[in-house]
Design a protein around this ligand. Structure first.
Ligand code: NAD
Length: 376
């Protein structure tokens, strides 16, 4: 089987879907690996490192020879045109709201496996790109906030006086939020956090942060460990709780997502107005509609009351060298399950639960149950 790793076309995507480590393992499994020239450079992997690991360095045109393509982003029309009709593409497909592109992928005949649909079961933990990338995004959100914040984060008791610790509030305590809490704590901030899943409370506390929760909101855990959307009543209770708290914060980091839905609006313009000048907000959900009113994707906005709202795109890509290594490993772990250990034969088994869960397009059709409409 010939495997191709392209350079991503998206100017905003510095990550690459293979590393020297995974190339070595993939060739060990019997794959022939071609990496597009320069594909690793934005992640600080040079072509010769890929070569030493056993890859051939090729050009974009080599996609046409590949049985399997490993990518970060859903292939664009210009890429699909170059793929073999029955090629397998493994990537983060970002399918919601992009049904037209998914249908085009089906039409091109490729088998698209969407990594974000990997089930959150023990067996698939090593393949969980949402977790590996969200973890780095949570870390980077705090670093970005600290860089924009013109006060210190830790309390400093000096001969010249005391600098108070910054107050950091993390909204959404999933993978990204928990890492944001840990990072802010390491920098010496006083950290509070909230979530709508009751189970998050214990995790927040175990990281040394205070959990902020209202009695009106018992537990909004949904399917697969994710949150469900709140009812209007619950939204109101949450908003009242949060409004008072936010006014006293220096840095707010929002990470709240609901699978397949726009990100919930958690921070209103009035809440932003209530913060003191110099405060910083990071909206990690900005690409999914945003948790914060006034956040702009790809921009750092300064409000009239001098609060900065950071809406960086592709935050894991801001830690590209680390993010690529983990992403590549996630993909390798998935591919490894498709290779017979003894015979080294590769086979995509549509009945395998991981393949079933991630398969978006196959045999010219959109096959994922969440996109039955697009299939029609
Ligand atoms: P996510 O990215 O979908 O959402 C981020 C967080 O936002 C979640 O904690 C969610 O509850 C929260 N949220 C949603 N709506 C909110 C609102 N209105 N207000 C406040 N917070 C809101 O979630 P995630 O980071 O992918 O993680 C979800 C859960 O899955 C976590 O408990 C995580 O530990 C768990 N998880 C399990 C596995 C596994 O078992 N293999 C792997 C990864 C994550």
């Amino acid at each position: 089987q010939r495997l191709f790793v392209p350079k991503e076309l998206d100017a905003n995507e510095p990550r690459v879907a293979a590393s020297p480590d995974t190339v070595k393992r993939l060739t060990g499994l019997g794959f022939e690996v071609i990496v597009e020239k320069g594909a690793g450079l934005p992640s600080r992997i040079i072509d010769s490192d890929f070569e030493k690991a056993g890859a051939k360095i090729g050009s974009a045109g080599d996609a046409a020879k590949a049985d399997i393509i490993l990518k970060l982003r859903r292939p664009k029309a210009s890429e699909l045109k170059t793929y073999k009709k029955d090629a397998i593409v493994i990537a983060s497909m970002d399918p919601y709201g992009n049904e037209g592109e998914i249908a085009a992928m089906a039409k091109a005949g490729v088998t698209g496996l969407a990594m974000e649909f990997m089930p959150r079961i023990t067996r698939a933990q090593s393949m969980d790109v949402l977790s590996s990338q969200a973890n780095l995004a949570g870390y980077r959100a705090v670093i970005d906030a600290a860089a924009e914040y013109d006060r210190a984060l830790p309390m400093m008791m000096t001969a010249a006086g005391t600098v108070p610790a910054a107050k950091v509030f993390v909204m959404g305590a999933g993978v990204a939020g928990l890492q944001a809490i840990a990072t802010a704590r390491r920098l010496g901030a006083v950290v509070t956090a909230t979530d709508v899943r009751a189970a998050a409370g214990e995790q927040v506390q175990s990281l040394g942060a205070k959990f902020i929760m209202t009695d009106a909101l018992k537990d909004a855990s949904g399917e697969g460990g994710y949150a469900r959307e709140l009812t209007d009543e619950e939204k109101k209770a949450q908003s009242e709780l949060v409004a008072e708290h936010i006014a006293k914060q220096d840095i707010v980091i929002t990470t709240a997502l609901i699978p397949g839905r726009p990100a919930p609006r958690l921070v209103t313009a009035d809440m932003v107005k209530s913060m003191r000048a110099g405060s910083v907000i990071v909206d990690l959900a900005v690409e999914r509609g945003g948790n914060v009113e006034g956040a702009v994707a790809g921009k750092v906005v300064t409000t009239a009351n001098d609060v900065k709202i950071i809406g960086h795109l592709n935050v894991p890509g801001r830690v590209a060298a680390s993010a690529s290594l983990l992403y590549a490993k996630n993909l390798f772990a998935f591919l490894e399950t498709m290779v017979d250990k003894e015979t080294k034969e590769f086979a995509l088994d549509p009945e395998d639960e991981l393949v079933k869960a991630t398969m978006l397009t196959h045999g010219g059709k959109v096959v994922h149950p969440n996109f039955a409409d697009a299939a029609a």
